[in-house]
Design a binder for this molecule. Sequence first.
Ligand code: NAD
Length: 469
Amino acid sequence: METYDALLASITPVSGETRTIFDPATGQPVGEAPVHTVQDLEAAIAAAAAAQPAWAALGHDARSAALLKAADAVERSAEELARLLSREQGKPLNGPNARFEVGACAAWLRVAAGTPLDPETVVDDGETRAELHYRPIGVVGAIGPWNWPMMITVWQLAPALRMGNAVVIKPSEYTPLSVLALVEVLNQELPEGLLTAVSGGRDVGEALAGHPAIGKIMFTGSTATGKAIIKSSADTVKRLTLELGGNDAGIVLPDADPKAIAEGLFWGAFINTGQTCAALKRLYVHDAIYDAVCEELATVGRAMPMGNGLDEANVLGPLQNRQQFDIVARLVEAARDSGARILLGGNPEADQPGNFYPTTLVADIANSNPLVAEEQFGPALPIIRYGTVDEAVAMANAVDVGLGASVWSSDPAEARKVAARLEAGTVWINKHGAVDPRIPFGGAKQSGYGLEFGVEGLKALGVPQVING
Ligand code: NAD
């Protein structure tokens, strides 16, 4: 799209019911989103089912070529997409935020297009020959959250399309414009009907998860909704990839250099103003360097500007919605009431038009405190003191979710030993939350099941078929 206004106009409905979407930084309207219904969902699924066989018949090379063109289209409209994302989601243009997210969309499309997936010969011993192939599933449903709406949608649709499926997307009701605009741009390069976003509410999500014509649901969102989707998909035995909530722990070993790790710790926790599934949400620091780590983190935190996303200086933004703001405010107040020490932040401005919650660090907090035990999903990091590594590992593992975790140390070999003891889908060393389209990503425990990215991510969007003989 040549301009921001043209992009917005391309997704503004000319008829039907609409809903105004407001900028979380200013409270001003961003645009009008269609309120799609279950009937609209039926039409999208029918179009997808009609478009899918010809797409599947193209084969991997032609589908990959189309995905590469779709990545080019995203890059052509990158600045307009980033602007819309910033206004609707709140995240700043700069820092690891809106421009970064749009860049990731193109990167994930390119890797999904370029990852080889050849049939595997499992046995070939002269008597038996067996090969493992992956056939398209058919029509895939993609249901997504509001924190990284464009990037997560691409995580779901890119491998699905590459594997020969059609896709129907149900974006979060908080951030429909970002996803509708992204789909509009991708559709410049894709056959009609193959990819549709249906921007309805929870009823549309439920109908998608239970629909007999949908072969698989890719879901990213809360653990509670993930459980509801498991139930509504049971009658049709749908395949599921579930990327659910997390409460990631980071463990700082006593030999770490507080100054050297402070910025990495900060962005591990505060990326997207803390609204990230695999952000560092509980920080365990050894007693010997506890005060030094707290001090260095506070120094970094004080220097990071928060404000309106369209202001080029800012790297932190508002919370996307009031509900999330209230959760963060409640958890920080509970921590304060328990006697924990607020090192930084903790006092949001009253009566502001936006949802700004200041960068907050909470020290000397008990492991049982709700700010530690619950997923805060915002800019408030609890820092817990520990005495022995065994104690830190036990506290890190004592939750029922396990998306990511991290270990921070000057000795990577020692850090890897601790990493192996953590119950999480990914454990990073001296970084946190760094996802990569070539490296599989998925959760342990109630953070979900199934892998995204890499060749494992492609396989998850196909039906395995053995040809024996
Ligand atoms: P959410 O579960 O409230 O909503 C996600 C989506 O599900 C929305 O589109 C919503 O409309 C839809 N939905 C709601 N009820 C439904 C139902 N019964 N059936 C079908 N669809 C339904 O999640 P959210 O608040 O948008 O996102 C925040 C959560 O997502 C956090 O817990 C975060 O950790 C998690 N998350 C996880 C990952 C990951 O990769 N694991 C990534 C991002 C976010």
